[in-house]
Write a protein that binds this ligand. Structure first.
Ligand code: GLA
Length: 698
């Protein structure tokens, strides 16, 4: 018999209809009680079927009268190519709802895990088990299919490339099957596994927490609603389940507002040393200031300068190991280069720690250069397919982490390095996509490789729980909730040009907490775009994120040093406020103007950046999402830089910015501030403080 039941946890509840056979349907996700009696079956002969199967189900399978995109598919050497699950049972286990069913014909069972979390977040995962006595070839198994309402709607998705990640695209919701597939073996720069469905004021945000290949499919249903499916993408023949073997999908995260997902990342995913995030240390990264040219005395001088600037962490980037003088060699040879560091890291680490800075290093464990001792000794350790070319990318190959010898080699190398040196931070890079990714038996290995990478991270993290880790993949190519279980920072993009960073960061912060997005002040002209920008603009754009510097500070003139010192001091003063999740906000960009920051009922820190030259003759009034009583009066208490690059400013604007006038929260939120036009590629940080008194009524 089919039945309807409700599962509630804390203040959330989902209401599910479970059929005799076939897949369950989520009727609603609402805190209220459901009147199950009011749910009637549909009458029309959908698809001409006398007994139409419901279509808006979790994970529809094919063959039984549902002609849309099946969310689970497989076969047993051509047999058992359809699935029809029956005998549904449900139970609560480990704080989640488990729905289990069995297909006695195909001899496959399924378990759906559905968890309701604080902050209105749902997570889903699917486990499929081969209960037969022959291998079952699983071709597709989504984490979840979710129903989105019928009617006009838009989709926000993300595109991009190296140096230009997280570019938002808002399109009309398609009326035919639309599929995003990513087969790069990492989260990718161009297909971030997330979307936001918008219909009027309603939103649905979802993200697949996985760093390997993925698929997201949107399929319109017979009644105009849409099913959105998301899960792992398998290479042909990749997921071959032996008898009693199971496949577990990565988790799919789902919320009505991306802010709830960001909070979920903070509360449930990020695993901080000592349990909670401490203020994010201002970082000096050696890459753009030194590249492969490591000279210990020059590095020490940079660390001295960094100390006087107020920097708190030094990260020694690529170039410290093997004979790594450029990007053609040595990945895999994880021994400190004796030519550059004759006494190992100790002198540099001691110097860094004596200055009061933390010390971190760059690593890229999964990679090997053909020009390395490791590859010369073990050419079979790279992912490859016999007879196919070894395709290099950035002169490197990918190690086969599914091999226990490779896994053990990598673990022991980095374990020893961390044991022998006071390294408290790893920047873990992955600088290429996977190609011809076969294991030693010639089978596709991407899925197992991704999981082996997680295991390696997990093992190193549990051996060194105090070490923080940054996830980098040529910038933001491995940024997702799967990798965030083991990491604490995302290197948002290799492009440090502030103009480009405006849209990159604006997109990245939708699904990722801004305080874990690395953002650095680099040199001008910028190394990626050759664009010249002011130090103030570079600092302002990086200011609210996990702030850092990526240039040789000894090369700055006295004026630049003084400015940088001021920006760093201001960041340190304001970071508890800027990194306060409840206070953060960002407005939709308008005519090249980006506005973001953090507002509590006492203080508003508002960062205003003008990217490209405006098209309008005057900026629109800036309305701010003020907190607290709308009668409360607010005053500008700081404007940084003191003289922003305004094109024309009148007396009343000058007075307002000097804090000589005040405004009510109502005025700021509803009428807005008439700020003067900012010159392109410039900006201002405004701090408003609330006054104790409130405006008079009337
Ligand atoms: C990648 C990273 C950079 C830097 C280099 C080092 O490109 O994204 O930040 O670490 O590798 O080779």
């Amino acid at each position: 018999m089919s039945f309807v039941f409700s599962y509630s946890h804390r203040d959330g509840a989902i209401h599910i209809k479970v059929p005799d056979s076939g897949m369950p349907e989520i009727l609603a996700w609402a805190p209220s009680r459901l009147d199950a009696a009011s749910i009637s079956d549909r009458a029309s002969r959908i698809n001409g079927m006398d007994d139409p199967p419901p279509s808006a189900v979790i994970l529809p399978t094919g063959g039984a009268g549902f002609f849309g995109w099946p969310a689970i598919q497989g076969h047993r050497d051509g047999q058992d190519f359809t699935l029809l699950f029956a005998n549904w049972r449900h139970e609560e286990r480990d704080g989640a709802l488990m729905l289990r069913a069995h297909d006695a014909v195909a001899r496959v069972s399924v378990a759906l895990r559905i968890a309701i979390h604080d902050g209105d977040v749902l997570t889903f995962a699917t486990t499929l088990t081969n209960e037969g006595d022959t291998p079952y070839m699983l071709e597709r198994c989504m984490a979840r299919s979710m129903v989105a309402p019928a009617g006009p709607a838009t989709l926000t998705t993300f595109t991009g490339m190296w140096g230009r990640e997280f570019q938002q695209r808002e399109t009309a919701c398609p009326d035919r099957l639309t599929v995003q597939e990513s087969r790069r073996g990492r989260t990718s720069h161009d297909r971030f596994p997330a979307l936001v469905f918008k219909q009027g004021a309603k939103q649905i945000a979802m993200h697949l927490g996985f760093s390997g290949n993925h698929v997201i499919a949107m399929d319109p249903l017979d009644d105009g609603r849409r099913l959105i499916h998301a899960g792992e993408l398998f290479e042909p023949g990749e997921m071959r389940l032996q008898p009693n073997e199971s496949y577990e999908s990565p988790p799919l995260f789902f919320a009505r507002d991306p802010a709830a997902l960001r909070n979920h990342v903070r509360k449930k995913i990020l695993a901080w040393p000592n349990g909670s995030m401490r203020p994010r240390p201002v970082t000096l990264n050696s890459w753009e200031g030194n590249y492969f040219d490591h000279k210990i005395e020059a590095l020490k001088a940079q660390i001295d300068e960094a100390t006087s600037l107020g920097i708190e962490r030094f990260v020694l980037d690529d170039g410290w190991f093997g004979k790594r003088n450029d990007d053609t060699s040595s990945l895999g040879d994880w021994d400190i280069d004796p030519a550059k560091y004759p006494d190992g890291f100790k002198p540099l680490v001691d110097h860094t720690l004596a200055c009061g800075l933390e010390f971190g290093i760059w690593i890229e464990p999964e990679m090997v250069n053909p020009d390395s001792d490791l590859f010369r000794a073990h050419p079979d350790w790279a992912l490859q397919i016999a007879g196919r070319p070894l395709l290099t990318s950035r002169n490197q190959l990918v190690l086969d982490l599914t091999r226990p010898d490779v896994f053990d080699y990598l673990f022991s190398k980095f374990d020893q390095l961390l044991r022998a040196n006071a390294i408290s931070y790893l920047k873990w890079d992955m600088n290429r996509d996977l190609t011809f990714a076969g294991d030693h038996s010639g089978r596709a290995a991407t899925s197992r490789q991704t999981r082996a990478f997680y295991r390696l991270m997990e093992k190193l993290r549990s051996a060194h729980p105090d070490v923080e880790v940054e996830s980098c993949a040529s910038g933001g190519g491995r940024a997702d909730y799967g990798v965030l279980k083991y990491t604490h920072r995302i290197w948002t993009s290799d492009c440090t040009d502030p103009l480009e960073r405006l849209s990159i960061q604006d997109g990245a912060r939708i699904f990722l907490p801004p305080e874990i997005l690395g953002s650095h002040i680099s040199a001008s002209p910028n190394h990626q775009t050759h664009r010249v920008t002011t130090l103030d603009f570079r600092a302002l754009v990086a200011f609210a994120y996990h702030f850092g510097v990526e240039l040789d500070p000894t090369k700055l003139d006295a004026d630049a040093k003084a400015k940088l010192r001021d920006w760093i001091a201001l960041h340190k003063e304001l970071r508890p406020h800027l990194h306060d999740a409840d206070a953060q906000f960002a407005l939709a960009p308008l005519d090249g103007r980006y506005v973001w920051g953090a507002i509590t009922d006492k203080r508003a820190v508002v960062i205003i950046a003008q990217g490209a030259q405006m098209q309008s003759e005057h900026p629109a009034p800036l309305t701010l999402p003020m907190r607290g009583s709308h009668l409360k009066r607010w005053r500008v208490t700081k404007c940084h830089p003191v003289e922003p690059d305004f094109i024309r400013i009148n007396e009343s604007q000058k007075k307002f910015l000097k804090g000589e006038g005040d405004a009510s929260a109502f005025d700021l939120a509803e009428i807005g501030i008439n700020l003067p036009m900012l010159r392109p590629e410039s900006g201002v940080v405004l701090i408003f403080d609330a006054e104790d008194r409130e405006a008079r009524h009337g």
